[in-house]
Design a protein around this ligand. Structure first.
Ligand code: CP3
Length: 352
C-alpha cells in the first residue's frame, strides 16, 4: 500500500505536461521534444556513472544509479520528458532467458529458443516481482523529478524481443528469427503470445509505479514482409495497446513504412516515424487522429549548429499545425556532440 500511495502522489502534479497533452491531441503552447536513447550513450556524465560499476547491467539493476542517469538528460539537455534507464532485453531475462551486454558489441544471449523444449523453460514474467529493480528505479525517479517532466516507460515490441531470443544477439538479417516464422509458425506464435503477456504485466507495473506514458519499440519491424508484419508483429502490438488503458501509448516501428495505414487503426495515441518516412505522406496514411513523433535524421546532428538548427526547423515546418512530438527518427548516435543535441532541443523550444 505504501508504494501505491507514493505512486499516486507522484502522479498528481506535473509542472510540464506538454508531452502528455501533445500525445492526447490537446492544445499545446509549443511542440514538446525528447530524444530516443537520450539516457546513456552521449553524455560524459553518464559515462562517469557507468564507469563506477561493472557495466550496463549492474547500472540498470541499481535503482539509485538508474534514476540518476534517467534524470541527467532533463538537467543537462533540457528535454520535456525523461525515459526510464533500462533496456528492452530485460523481458527475455524475466522470462528465464538471461542476456549479457558485451562491450562495444551489444547484447548476447548464452541460451536461445530453438524448439518446443526450450519454450517449456520459459515463464510469463510478472512485472512488479521479476522486474522489481526497474519498478524501484521508476519510484525513485518520480520522487526525484518531483513533477518537472513526465516519465516515459517502455518495452520492446514482441516481434523485436522474439528476434533477439531466437537469434541470440544483434544481426544484420536476423535470418534465424525470420526462418523460425516460416519453419515453426505455431511455436513462433506461442512464444510471441508469452512475450506479449509478459510485456503487458511489465507495462502495467511501470504504470502503477508512476510512468506517465509508455512507448513500444519495434526496432526490427522493417525486416519483415508486410504479411508477416501483420501476423507476427502488429497482432501482438495491438493486444498490448488494447490492454493498456491507463496512460497514452506510443508505437515506434522502425522501417515499417508499409504498415503505416494499419498503425493508424491501432488503439494508441502516438505513432513514431523514422527518418525515411515522409511526413505529409505518413499523415495521409495514418490520418488526423494520431499524434506523430519524430523524425529528424539522427545523422543531421553531425552538422554544425547552424545546420542542425536549419534541419530541425525544416522538420518542424512539415509537422506545423498538426499533432506532433519532436524527436529523432531513431535513437541518438553514441558519438553525437551533446552541444548539437542542445541545439536541436532549443530550436524546437524556440519554434512557434
Ligand atoms: O532511451 C533511453 O535512453 C533509455 C534507455 C534505453 C536503453 N536501451 C539503454 C541502453 C532504451 C529505451 C533502450 C532500448 C533498446 N535496447 C532498443 C530499442 C531502441 C532502438 O535503439 O532501436 C534496442 C533494439 C535495444 C537493444 C540493445 N541494448 C542494443 C542493440 C544495445 C547495444 C548497442 C547500443 O544501443 O548501445 C543495447 C545496450 C544499451 N541499452 C546501452 C544503453 C545505454 C549501452 C550499454 C552501455 O552503456 O554500454
Amino acid at each position: 500500500p505504501k508504494i501505491k500511495i507514493l505512486a499516486y502522489l507522484c502522479h498528481m502534479q506535473l509542472k510540464n505536461d506538454l508531452l502528455l497533452r501533445a500525445a492526447k491531441g490537446e492544445p499545446v503552447e509549443r511542440t514538446p521534444v525528447w530524444l530516443m536513447r537520450q539516457a546513456g550513450r552521449i553524455l560524459p556524465e553518464y559515462r562517469a556513472v557507468r564507469d563506477s560499476v561493472s557495466g550496463f547491467i549492474e547500472l540498470a539493476q541499481t535503482p539509485d544509479l538508474a534514476a540518476e542517469v534517467t534524470i541527467q538528460p532533463v538537467d543537462i539537455l533540457g528535454v520535456d520528458a525523461a525515459i526510464i534507464f533500462s533496456d528492452i532485453l530485460v523481458i527475455p531475462e524475466a522470462m528465464g532467458l538471461p542476456y549479457e551486454m558485451v562491450e562495444k558489441r551489444g547484447p548476447y544471449f548464452p541460451n536461445t529458443i530453438q524448439s518446443e523444449r526450450d519454450l517449456k523453460k520459459l515463464k510469463i514474467a510478472n512485472g512488479s516481482h521479476d522486474l522489481k529493480y526497474v519498478i524501484d528505479a521508476i519510484l525513485i525517479t518520480k520522487r526525484a523529478l518531483n513533477g518537472r517532466v513526465p516519465l516515459i516507460g517502455f518495452a520492446g515490441a514482441p516481434w523485436t524481443i522474439f528476434a533477439y531470443m531466437i537469434e541470440g544477439s544483434g544481426s544484420k538479417t536476423f535470418s534465424k528469427a525470420r526462418a523460425m516464422l516460416y519453419t515453426h509458425p505455431k511455436l513462433s506464435h506461442q512464444l510471441l503470445q508469452m512475450i506479449t503477456e509478459s510485456t503487458i504485466n511489465y507495462l502495467k507495473a511501470q504504470i502503477n509505479a508512476g510512468v506517465n506514458l509508455v512507448q513500444i519499440f519495434d526496432s526490427w519491424a522493417g525486416i519483415l514482409p508486410p504479411n508477416h508484419y501483420d501476423e507476427f508483429s502488429l497482432r501482438y502490438i495491438s493486444q498490448i495497446c488494447d490492454a493498456i488503458t491507463e496512460v497514452p501509448k506510443t508505437v515506434f516501428a522502425k522501417g515499417a513504412f508499409f504498415a503505416r495505414e494499419k498503425m493508424g487503426a491501432l488503439n494508441c495515441e502516438t505513432i513514431g516515424l523514422d527518418w525515411n518516412m515522409g511526413i505529409a505522406e505518413s499523415r495521409n496514411m495514418i490520418g488526423p487522429n494520431k499524434t506523430l513523433q519524430g523524425n529528424l535524421d539522427p545523422a543531421a546532428l553531425y552538422g554544425n549548429a547552424n545546420e542542425v538548427e536549419a534541419a530541425t526547423i525544416a522538420m518542424l515546418d512539415q509537422f506545423k499545425g498538426t499533432r506532433h512530438i519532436a524527436n529523432l527518427g531513431h535513437g541518438v548516435y553514441p558519438d553525437i556532440d551533446p552541444e548539437m543535441v542542445k541545439v536541436f532541443v532549443n530550436t524546437v523550444k524556440n519554434y512557434r
